[in-house]
Design a protein around this ligand. Structure first.
Ligand code: SF4
Length: 464
């Protein structure tokens, strides 16, 4: 970078809103700026550059990001040398207009612009001209070999395998702000995963708006099932997960991976969005309720311990009480392990924003509460069936509860808290589940017959 202070270490604070995709972009930003002498800090008031990575999938997420930006006005007034940047979907959606509307914003970095940040920063610092980059045709690449990451990778790491989406579901702004679907070359992904494993990563979570259409339309490229089979051969990679899948692209060959690949976790996030065919059609989702039910039945036949989680929207335009009842009955029928549920909100330029039959806010809220109450009961019932079972847990780190508790995840992606020595972080160990909560499990480590655990225990034990 050719900025004024390029010999001096500078401080970077990133505030990330939204999905895992954004968290991955944040990791890449930290990596890229690490090469430019930026060090991450946890206190935004100490930062030389504040980067807000935003999400616009729901109106609430966008408002939160804009309100956070607004709160930086005073800090920028007191420290004019501070650089304030906004990236991600909100930046892409509003572009240069954001610079006109927000005086204390210096850089607007669209969804393809992460790799351009050093150049934009240098240009801003050299000329004093505020910068915006929102070119969706720009091929940003995703080259990352893990070893160059300035932070120590954790037990689990995200890897983006594709970006963008061609589906244009009626309610969704993603194709407009992230562009069309593009798959990363498989050789690049395989190299990145290999490097992460060398750095100590045990689990990789593959990301994309619709991972199961990976490779479509790319000559001589692997399909998603082929990619999973290839990555399952990476030595030292203990667990593979992926998100998100579109029901219309869930192929028999992908289902076959759940049967064959030991390292592929038995968990799939398969957004259904509604239980009513009429609403699914208005949403332009490309499948019916019956098709979805057949998929989940087939998945559970293929691998009986597979956990299915999903997304559901309530109050989509035109959703009647009967449509909503069908969503509730789908929940009862599938019995998801967990569910992310949302009130519909209009997103600009989407087909749904132009539909009639908008549902009143109060009705949406009531439906959301009823749906969530039902799912909470189902999740708790499912969690209770785990009590008394021993399950493999990949230990991720200290539990949020603090103290000497550790936290990890089952192959089905349930959080488990238990007492244990810190040296277990990164190990996959057997844990006997003793208590079920609505959002997590508690357990005790089963040390008998576990040589690895005994060795660790001898070195340090703080769990009594
Ligand atoms: S599949 Fe539909 S909901 Fe998912 S990102 Fe694409 S357009 Fe949006």
């Amino acid at each position: 970078m050719s900025g004024r202070n390029n010999s001096k270490v500078r401080r970077l604070f990133v505030r990330t809103f939204g999905c895992q995709m954004n968290r991955y972009d944040t990791e890449r930003l930290v990596e890229i700026l690490g090469e430019e002498q930026f060090e991450p800090v946890v206190d935004y008031r100490q930062a030389d550059l504040i980067f807000i990575n935003t999400c616009t999938v729901r109106d609430k997420a966008e408002q939160k990001a804009l309100s956070y930006l607004g709160r930086l006005k005073g800090l920028k007034r007191r420290r004019p040398e501070l650089v304030v940047a906004m990236g991600g979907c909100v930046a892409q959606q509003h572009g240069e207009d954001l610079l006109r509307r927000v005086e204390h914003l210096d850089l607007v970095v669209g969804t393809h612009g992460i790799g351009r940040v050093p150049a934009m920063l240098a240009c801003y610092e050299t000329t004093g001209e505020r910068q915006a980059f929102v070119d969706l045709t720009y091929d940003f690449g995703d080259v990352s070999d893990g070893r160059s990451r300035p932070w120590k990778p954790g037990v689990s790491s995200y890897v983006t395998i594709m970006r963008g989406c061609d589906n244009f579901c009626a309610y969704c702004i993603v194709p407009l702000v992230r562009g069309g679907e593009r798959s990363r070359p498989s050789h690049e992904i395989i190299r990145e995963v290999g490097s992460l494993v060398e750095c100590g990563v045990r689990e990789v979570i593959f990301l994309g708006q619709n991972v199961n259409s990976y490779g479509q339309g790319v000559p001589d490229e692997l399909d998603f099932a082929g990619l999973l089979r290839r990555l399952a051969q990476v030595e030292g990679l203990v667990r593979i997960r992926f998100t998100t899948s579109h029901p219309k692209d869930l192929s028999p060959s992908l289902m076959g991976c759940f049967a064959d690949l030991e390292s592929l976790c038995p968990h799939i996030h398969l957004p259904v969005q509604s239980g009513s065919d009429r609403i699914l059609q208005r949403m332009k989702r490309g499948y019916t309720r019956d098709h979805y039910l057949r998929l989940t039945t087939e998945l559970r036949k293929t691998r009986e311990d597979v956990a299915v989680s999903s997304d559901m929207i309530v109050g989509f335009p035109g959703e009647s009480e009967e449509d909503f009842r069908q969503s509730l009955s789908l929940l009862e029928e599938v019995r998801f392990e967990s569910l992310f549920s949302f009130k519909y909100s209009d997103r600009p330029q989407t087909a749904a924003s132009r539909l009639d039959g908008k549902v009143e806010e109060e009705v949406k809220l009531q439906r959301l509460r009823e749906l969530q109450r039902l799912q909470e009961r189902i999740t708790l019932e499912k969690n209770e069936t785990r009590v008394g079972q021993t399950t493999r847990v990949l230990v991720e780190g200290p539990s949020q509860a603090g103290g000497t508790q550790l936290s990890g995840r089952t192959p089905q992606n349930q959080v488990v808290n238990f007492q244990g020595p810190a040296q277990l972080v990164g190990e996959e160990i057997p844990v006997l589940i003793t208590v079920a909560h609505p959002h997590s499990l508690e357990g005790v480590v089963c040390m008998e017959n576990n040589e690895r655990f005994k060795a660790v225990k001898e070195r340090s034990w703080c769990g009594k």
